[in-house]
Design a protein around this ligand. Structure first.
Ligand SMILES: Cc1ncc(COP(=O)(O)O)c(C=O)c1O
Length: 353
């Protein structure tokens, strides 16, 4: 067939998301960092009461109802918030507004692989800088490149580590381009970077309702930055990028902090327990401030275990990538799911308790 695409599109390796099993399949799904608990009952009540009139009309172009709710919770003015179709869309808006051929997009690796795809779509110059062995930030190298956009996921995926706020502050102060702090997993972390958004005009924090709020299927994310920086993002976004249902349900979800905090507390306790159990099986387990663990099996046979677990209807994430192909990324499930995983692994490793 004729090749119809731009050369920069031809160069892209398609993003492979975590497997999504069929509805109703009896699977322990620990591969996409979803929250194992249902969304807030208050958000579900709003969903059940969506009326036809809301669907007949176009939605609010800036998701005003959600913006107002987020503004209250985060204590930032609502014009410092932009809402998107998942945080993926917000990453893309930054890329579309700031990246082009001849401009550098920079990020430490390993990290969220979508940064590369989005930069490739804009045919930007990509600079990947490996994290130090202990996942400390290669600060001087990032500063030396001084990209038009620098992406830092904190907590990072797949490592789970959080970048200290002081490192992010130094980076923000030293860069002349935009610093994107991807805080998709911030609800499970000890600190957040919101203060930096207020301190530095070039910092944008990107968040999601997919993880802490159990709403990955709703597709709702938002970013916080000063209004001048958001202006550029508004220019490149679709007119109605968030639908009326997401706006209304998301507003109720973010307003129910008590419910979200209770789910997060359970997940953090389970994270500690799962780390302990896996260490007992001989796994190396990296410290995590997210809702998943990066682990290395005792025999480093990650791919084998990934396939075997799948045969047992347990999905975890395996990355066929340098430095990651001997590790697994495991989402924290309910305690019952985590125990099923540990039992299956003990069986596969032939360890008797
Ligand atoms: C680091 C990171 N950022 C952003 C996202 C995208 O989240 P969403 O588009 O669901 O908001 C993910 C998804 O797993 C992620 O791991």
């Amino acid at each position: 067939m004729t090749n119809y695409f731009r050369s920069s599109v031809n160069a892209i390796a398609s993003y492979v998301p975590g497997e999504q099993p069929k509805r109703g399949a009896q699977i322990v799904k620990l591969n996409s960092n979803e929250n194992p608990y249902p969304p807030s009952p208050k958000a579900l009540a709003v969903l059940q009461n969506i009326d036809a009139e809301l669907l007949r009309r176009y939605p609010q172009p800036f998701g005003e109802e959600f913006r107002q709710a987020a503004s209250k919770v985060l204590e930032v003015p609502s014009n410092w918030i932009v809402v998107g179709n998942g945080s993926d869309e917000l990453l893309n808006l930054v890329m579309r507004a700031c990246a082009e051929p001849g401009r550098k997009v920079v990020y430490p690796t390993p990290t969220y692989v979508l940064y590369r795809t989005l930069a490739q779509i804009q045919a930007a110059d990509i600079v990947e800088i490996p994290y130090n062995e202990d996942y400390s930030l290669p600060l001087q190298q990032l500063v030396a490149v001084n990209g038009a956009v620098t992406f830092i996921a904190s907590p990072n995926s797949p490592s789970g580590h959080a970048v200290p706020i002081d490192d992010l502050r130094q980076l923000a102060a030293s860069l002349s381009g935009v610093l994107v702090i991807d805080e998709a997993y911030v609800d499970f972390a000890e600190e957040n970077a919101l203060s930096l958004v207020k301190e530095y005009e070039n910092v944008i924090s990107i968040r999601t309702l997919s993880k802490g709020y159990s709403l990955a299927g709703l597709r709702l994310g938002f970013a916080v930055a000063n209004p001048q920086l958001l202006d550029g993002l508004f220019k490149v976004k679709d007119s109605y990028n968030i639908d009326a249902i997401a706006t209304a349900v998301g507003a109720a979800a973010i307003s129910d902090q008590a419910y979200k905090n209770a789910c997060v507390a359970k997940i953090k306790a389970s994270r500690t327990q799962l780390a302990t159990d896996l260490k007992r099986l001989g796994f190396r387990v990296w410290n995590s401030q997210a809702n998943f663990l990066l682990v290395q099996p005792p025999k480093k046979n990650a791919q084998y275990l990934y396939h075997k677990l799948k045969e047992h209807s347990i999905l975890v994430r395996y990355f066929h990538l340098p430095k990651l192909d001997d590790k697994l990324r495991i989402t924290i499930g309910t305690d019952e799911q985590n125990q099923a995983l540990v039992a299956a692994l003990a069986d596969l490793l032939e360890i008797k308790f």
